[in-house]
Design a binder for this molecule. Structure first.
Ligand code: PHE
Length: 347
């Protein structure tokens, strides 16, 4: 008799454990409680048998009955707490405030933007002021005022993207020289960062790229000032140890003109890296980064400056080239593919 009594109580524990999971509302759970623990419930029915037991069995049976009652109560209470928590979650529209938050995706500045900022920082530090102008230009600002009349052969140097006969996408930032001098009296010292466009697209050219123009006009400005300014600029940007070399060149709007090379920061000017030829400087140890020169008197005439009383210099710098050298980017295309795995490295 005792054995079947105890087995019956164990069965009740198992039943309670199985059925409480199926109770999906507090109402279901209450019905289950009444069925098991209520006055006419299954535990109460089992207790009826206890009354009829002999004194030798009663203590063990009573102890077991109390344990089972406590166990059932605890199980039902745990389920009740679960159901109440879920209900609270529903009232927050399914939002679970206990979950960890989602990390917001934080972007990083594009290497071209970074390079632009660094270049402008150095040049404003040297006293230049930042100006800007339109990317859609007319022929006069982009070419003619820069000493390139319509039939000038130098126009072939630049594959122009035309919008109409005399309107085009600027092929360089040099029209900002013209716009600055038209709107200001000397002395001027400005830089103009921005996008420029050419009909050119291959491994080392993109149809849109970035330049920074510089212009300084005053009395008695010399080629020595140009050299000193650009050398100081380049060394601040690439490091004090950077070698600088000025090569004679030609631009219609400057005379004399030069191109500036710096010692290759990839191979340190050696032309090779551990026996392999350097891809960046193509073994020469030098990389060209800008064009420059003394402003041509014809440009002063076009903008109404007196070429007899002022002199000055101008320079135009390729930003992509600077970014590639500074950040060790081996392939121009990486700057335009916008692969986040690449861009993330600049945060
Ligand atoms: N505008 C020239 C270019 O795009 C660069 C340059 C600017 C050269 C100013 C001399 C002076 O190549």
């Amino acid at each position: 008799m005792l054995k079947s009594f105890l087995e019956g109580l164990d069965g009740l524990t198992l039943e309670c454990n199985a059925r409480r999971g199926q109770a999906c509302s507090l109402k279901d759970l209450e019905a289950l409680r009444v069925d098991l623990l209520g006055r006419k419930g299954k535990l109460a029915a089992a207790m009826g048998a206890l009354a009829k037991m002999g004194p030798e069995d009663k203590p063990a049976a009573g102890k077991k009955a109390n344990e089972v009652k406590a166990a059932l109560t605890a199980m039902l209470e745990a389920r009740q707490a679960d159901l109440e928590n879920a209900a609270a979650g529903d009232s927050l529209g399914g939002f679970d405030p206990s979950l960890p938050g989602r990390r917001p995706a934080v972007g990083s500045l594009h290497p071209i933007t970074l390079a632009m900022q660094e270049i402008c920082e150095v040049l404003t530090g040297l006293g230049f002021e930042v100006v800007s102008g339109p990317e859609v230009e007319n022929d006069w600002h982009n070419f003619e005022a820069l000493n390139m009349p319509p039939d000038h052969p130098a126009r072939d140097m630049q594959d122009t993207l035309y919008i109409s006969d005399r309107v085009l996408l600027r092929t360089h930032t040099s029209p900002l020289q013209v716009r600055t001098m038209l709107s200001r009296k000397p002395p001027v010292a400005v830089i103009a960062p921005g996008k420029v466009y050419r009909r050119d697209s291959d491994l080392t050219h993109t149809p849109m790229f970035h330049q920074i123009e510089g212009l300084l006009v005053d009395k008695h400005v010399s080629m020595g000032d140009l050299r000193g300014t650009l050398t100081a600029f380049v060394r601040q940007l690439f490091g004090e140890k950077t070698d600088v070399r000025f090569r004679p060149s030609f631009f219609p709007f400057t005379e004399p003109s030069a191109e500036v090379d710096i010692s290759c920061c990839m191979c340190g000017g050696a032309g090779h890296i551990s026996g392999e030829p350097c891809r960046v400087c193509k073994r020469t140890g030098w990389v060209e980064i800008l064009g420059c020169g003394m402003v041509d008197p014809n440009v002063y005439r076009a903008v109404g400056y007196d070429p007899e009383s002022v002199t000055g210099f101008a320079f135009g710098l390729g930003v992509e080239r600077v970014a590639m050298l500074k950040y060790g980017i081996g392939d121009l295309r990486m700057l335009f593919e916008n692969d986040v795995r690449f861009l993330e490295q600049f945060s």
